[in-house]
Ligand binder design. Structure first.
Ligand SMILES: Nc1ncnc2c1ncn2[C@@H]1O[C@H](COP(=O)(O)OP(=O)(O)OP(=O)(O)O)[C@@H](O)[C@H]1O
Length: 616
């Protein structure tokens, strides 16, 4: 992508605003101008440094726990966009409703660059502190916004172009923001559309379990779009509109202030019972809408606690072929007998999705599913996080102590992801707990009995880690009673069937041209199902209404029939070969720098230093 030249009009509008108090009419978008004015009223000095303070690791972890439900609801889109962003050199961020950044994923090079202006987890990007920015200003305005380079209030943020969309709950309340940020020197033409699309999916998922005491109506002009995130969803209680998604509001030209105020009769000509006859309902303007009315009895309250909710891979749930159904059935019987299951497979093959499905099909389904990523927990805290601690057990410990993640899984399923990254020093303690099914919290206290089903996962070959002395053999034999290997997508001889089935779920009713389908089926997908799903979501977002998705919309490497990971040069300098290997590892680890560094046996800073910002 060729870099954009700096916009001279914006530069002179900035000078005229900040030096003389007014910008020429039309030189800056209205939303930006209003935001600059608000920042001045807040007393933010444009030449000063933004005064943001990061959260401590503990506070960030607590915040993430409190926002667990939002995080889970947004997870598939975060994953999907992050896989896309890794290739385009951008990142994706999730914040809560106050602008605290909970998660940032995507291009390793840009994560590093964004970190230098404090755009990273644990920082708050509210407008009152960091000035005009897509996250904070979208929160103030309550709508989608792109902020480009010099439109940011503070000059150091001019390196960014950010596209943010608020995430709303079914009642129209803001839950947080999804944002894509990238290099301001590059064009970000589709970024806002992609984020909108992702947020529509996230918000749609908020209705998946129905709403307590609410009559739900799913509607669209085109019946093919019912069930997709583009359908309108309206919730009525006592004959009044109490909940709706954006598509539902847009169908009737309403906005979120109308939720709670609009009676059913103001929208529809015919009674709801009319729907049962032929699935068509006439609205007040005489338009025919196709619809589905959800039976109250089949719905659960949306207020069910987060940890037990299965992770939806899409609106209709995960896909499993016959072989995987067999694997699920066998592994389910092993778990039922009280034995652990170990899942092996490359990144993105669906180990966590598989583990959640095992839990959902088991007799423990009503109890918590607790997922612990052993690679993501800081080494110094992993013991306390897992095993819990008593009041005052160590400096920084919470006052009332913590039961620990193992106890949170009581009665349910404990999923230990990336178990190969469990620090060697902690492995004997984990082994003891698994053998005795009893736990003594840090800092003393009575031992507690534990009851959970155990599923572990690893992307690396654990027997090799045992040979290399990084993983204890006794722990390996304790967790590897039954090993399930999830095959990489490139080994699936019928990738076309996988593409078709996923497209049916994610394609938003668009048709896929036969060339596009063939190219998708021929590609090797080093990021496996995660990468393929991300690509299909993007295609659905870019598709033109009524036109089949053609090969021109595919990423260049898929279109050209080349593997995503850059090939190692056949000949060339040693440096070049090393760099290609690093890029390849990074691509295979979906931009996860820690995982790529570990795979290469080098440290993260070396990887950052050698690769810098990935080429776009
Ligand atoms: N069975 C499935 N059906 C549909 N989509 C799936 C399935 N399995 C995985 N996916 C897609 O791939 C994404 C990644 O899946 P998951 O997190 O389970 O992979 P993983 O193997 O645990 O990856 P990692 O090793 O990187 O943690 C999911 O969010 C979903 O979009």
């Amino acid at each position: 992508m060729s870099p954009l030249a700096p916009d001279p009009r914006l530069g002179s509008a900035r000078r005229s605003f900040f030096e003389r108090g007014a910008a020429p009419v039309g030189a800056v978008p209205e939303a930006i101008l209003h935001s600059w004015q608000r920042c001045q009223r807040h007393g933010l000095l444009v030449d000063a440094q933004p005064a943001a303070e990061p959260l401590t690791d503990n506070r960030l972890r607590e915040l993430r726990q409190r926002r667990e439900r939002l995080w889970r609801q947004a997870r598939p889109e975060l994953d999907g966009l992050a896989a896309e962003m890794t290739h385009s050199g951008s990142i994706v961020l999730l914040t809560d409703e106050d602008g605290w950044i909970l998660d940032a994923e995507g291009s390793a090079g840009f994560l590093d660059k964004a970190g230098r202006v404090a755009l990273m987890p644990g920082m708050r990007w509210d407008e009152g502190t960091v000035g005009t920015n897509a996250i904070g200003t979208a929160l103030v305005d309550g709508r989608a916004l792109q902020v480009r380079g010099g439109e940011h209030y503070f000059a150091p943020h001019g390196i960014l172009t950010c596209s943010a969309v608020p995430i709303l709950d079914p009642y129209g309340q803001c839950l947080g923001v999804l944002d894509v940020s990238g290099d301001a020197r590059l064009p970000h033409v589709h970024a806002l559309a992609l984020v909108r699309q992702a947020v529509a999916q996230i918000e749609h998922r908020g209705f998946a379990d129905g709403l307590a005491d609410c009559e739900l109506l799913r509607l669209h002009h085109q019946p093919a779009l019912l069930g997709s995130a583009r359908e309108g969803v309206l919730g009525f209680r006592g004959g009044r509109l109490v909940a709706a998604n954006r598509a539902g509001l847009a169908l009737f030209g309403l906005d979120r202030q109308d939720i709670g105020r609009t009676p059913y009769e103001a929208l529809f000509e015919q009674p709801l019972s009319r729907l049962a006859d032929d699935g068509v309902l006439l609205d007040r303007q005489g338009r025919r809408l196709y619809g589905v009315r959800e039976a109250r009895a089949s719905r659960r309250s949306v207020a069910t606690p987060g940890p037990t909710a299965p992770l939806p891979a899409s609106a209709q749930g995960p896909l499993f072929d016959t072989g995987q159904q067999q694997q699920l059935a066998t592994a389910g019987r092993v778990l039922q007998a009280g034995l652990p299951v170990l899942l092996q497979g490359e990144t993105g093959t669906g180990k966590e999705v598989f583990a959640r499905e095992l839990h959902a099909r088991s007799t423990r389904a009503g109890k918590p599913f607790v997922a612990v990523n052993c690679a993501a927990l800081p080494e110094g805290l992993i013991e306390a996080e897992l095993f819990g601690y008593e009041e005052g057990a160590f400096t920084g410990a919470r006052r009332q102590g913590s039961p620990g993640l193992l106890r949170q899984a009581e009665g349910g399923t404990l999923f230990l992801d990336e178990i190969g990254d469990m620090p060697l020093a902690l492995q004997p303690r984990l082994l003891r707990v698994l053998q005795e099914r009893e736990l003594s919290p840090l800092g003393g206290g009575k031992p507690v009995k534990l009851d959970f089903a155990l599923v572990c996962a690893s992307h690396c070959e654990l027997p090799q880690a045992v040979d290399a002395g990084r993983f204890r053999a006794d722990l390996y034999y304790r967790i590897a009673d039954h090993v399930v290997t999830l095959a990489p997508l490139r080994q699936n001889p019928d990738r076309a069937a996988v593409v078709d089935a996923l497209w049916q779920q994610l394609g938003q009713g668009h048709a896929l041209s036969s060339q596009a389908r063939a190219a998708l089926a021929a590609h090797a997908w080093p990021g496996n199902l995660r990468q393929l799903s991300a690509c299909l979501r993007t295609l659905a977002a870019l598709a033109e209404p009524g036109q089949p998705v053609g090969p021109q919309l595919l990423p260049a490497d898929v279109r050209a029939g080349t593997p995503t990971a850059p090939a190692v040069p056949a000949s060339g300098a040693l440096e070049e070969i090393a760099e290609a290997a690093m890029r390849q590892a990074l691509a295979e680890c979906q931009g996860n720098v820690s995982a790529a560094a570990k795979r290469l046996g080098i440290n993260r800073s070396t990887l950052y230093r050698r690769l810098g910002t990935p080429r776009g």
